[in-house]
Write a protein that binds this ligand. Structure first.
Ligand SMILES: [Zn+2]
Length: 102
């Protein structure tokens, strides 16, 4: 899974995004408490381009997301997921139903 990203990076992202998730725009919770880190609105670091897809730990590839969005996104393209989370669901459905089946 590669090197663990430091908490300092997460703090910088928190500051840059004014404490809000990059997808759903809700406030996230930052805590050193492991139990709180498992909450759906806990802050997590998101790789915009996923590591499995060659994405790096470089700052331009990182964003802060709540745990719920991070987990729900799965392997979806981040822009597609952001559109989905911001409520443009009809457009999202149009996009995925037009995609060729794999
Ligand atoms: Zn979110």
């Amino acid at each position: 899974m590669g090197k663990r990203i430091s908490r300092t990076v997460l703090l910088k992202l928190f500051d840059r995004q004014n404490g809000r998730c990059c997808y759903c725009d809700r406030f996230v919770i930052m805590s050193a408490d492991y139990n709180i880190q498992q909450w759906p609105d806990a802050a997590t670091i998101e790789h915009l381009r996923q590591r499995a897809d060659g994405g790096s730990n470089a700052p331009h590839n990182l964003a802060m997301a709540c745990k719920r969005c991070n987990q729900e996104r799965g392997a979806m393209n981040w822009l597609t997921y952001a559109t989905f989370r911001r409520g443009e669901f009809t457009e999202f459905m149009a996009v995925i139903t037009q995609s060729p089946k794999q």
